[in-house]
Design a protein around this ligand. Structure first.
Ligand code: ADE
Length: 315
């Protein structure tokens, strides 16, 4: 179509995320301010590139979203949701990928993000086969802490999965990909109407069921349980030959724990991967974030060299 509202020059459309400091740092407001190195990942309307900010020499991950693809695939909303969620959350918590700038040119939108040089949690689990008790517990605790934080800001991620959990230079997590998020206009996360979003193997049953298409923070708790299963088992709980078969398994709660699955991890998965969204551990009013944090998986000692999770010094 005719680009009636599309900008004709990059200079028309700079969208600074934060005001320039009085000391005037080198500008970061157009693709020309970066040298693009290599592709880190891609989706059907976006590509993530490793890039050097030429003004400072600092490395970033730049997410590039194609305007033509966003329009063609009717995903323009995803781009604005992702930017709004990152703008609201960026810099507020160590477990969330930081956005340093957002700008656009004639063809694309650009989000300048923290570079996660160690890939994502799915890659780590695939490489290692499965994670040790200590690793699975540490990563799960970080995911829980981060998700509880974003919920406290009135945001539901809705596409939480190991692929969206990046690993920073210190091997700590950085949650990313907020394109499917729900942003409450008033910070209230009580259930309300929504449409299907997310990824097959991690989607909660209530998001599948036409009769009860609601969004509440409980779908993220389901996904935390599925992610913990994946870290310990080495494969997704509801893996199937296609999305439809995954959905059927989810609705039937059709999954089994492999032999040797850590007991307290198994108990936590069984309290999160629950069909009724109101019955999941951590979900108010029947449970609470405090009850989730107090689960034995986080608090028990498994041996003399092991120390339980300390939420106050987690990061
Ligand atoms: N892939 C997607 N986002 C990324 C990031 N911020 N860092 C590294 N790889 C990524």
């Amino acid at each position: 179509g005719s680009p009636a509202t599309a900008p004709t020059a990059a200079t028309d459309v700079r969208v600074p995320v934060s005001p320039a400091s009085p000391s005037q740092p080198p500008k970061m407001s157009s693709p020309q301010d970066f040298t693009f190195l290599k592709e880190l990942g891609c989706g059907s309307w976006s590509t993530v590139m490793e890039a050097v900010h030429t003004g400072t020499g600092k490395r970033f991950a730049v997410k590039i979203l194609s305007k033509a693809q966003l329009i063609k695939q009717k995903k323009v909303k995803y781009a604005s949701v992702e930017k709004d969620a990152l703008a609201k959350l960026s810099g507020t918590h160590p477990g969330i990928v930081k956005m340093y700038a957002a700008f656009q040119d004639e063809t694309s939108l650009y989000f300048v993000l923290d570079l996660a040089p160690h890939g994502d949690l799915a890659d780590l689990v695939k490489k290692q086969g499965s994670l040790s008790f200590r690793c699975a517990r540490w990563y799960t605790a970080q995911i829980v802490d981060t998700v509880l934080w974003i919920h406290s800001k009135g945001i539901v991620h809705r596409d939480l999965k190991p692929e969206n959990v990046l690993l920073d230079p210190d091997m700590r997590i950085k949650l990313t990909d907020f394109g499917s998020a729900y942003l409450s206009p008033d910070g209230d996360l009580s259930p309300r109407a929504s449409t299907f979003v997310g990824s097959a193997a991690y989607v909660s049953p209530e998001l599948l069921n036409r009769a009860s298409k609601t969004t509440s923070n409980s779908s993220d708790f389901w996904a935390i349980g599925c992610s913990l299963f994946f870290m310990v088992a080495g494969h997704p709980a509801f893996a199937a030959i296609n999305d439809y078969q995954s959905f059927r398994k989810i609705e039937a709660l059709d999954y089994t724990f492999p032999e040797g699955f850590y007991d307290s991890a198994k108990d936590l998965v069984q309290r999160l991967v629950v069909l009724d969204p109101s019955e999941r551990l951590g979900v108010e009013p029947k449970s609470s974030p405090a009850e989730l944090r107090a689960h034995a998986f986080f608090t028990a000692t498994s041996g003399d060299t092991d120390t339980p999770i300390r939420w106050d010094t987690l990061w």
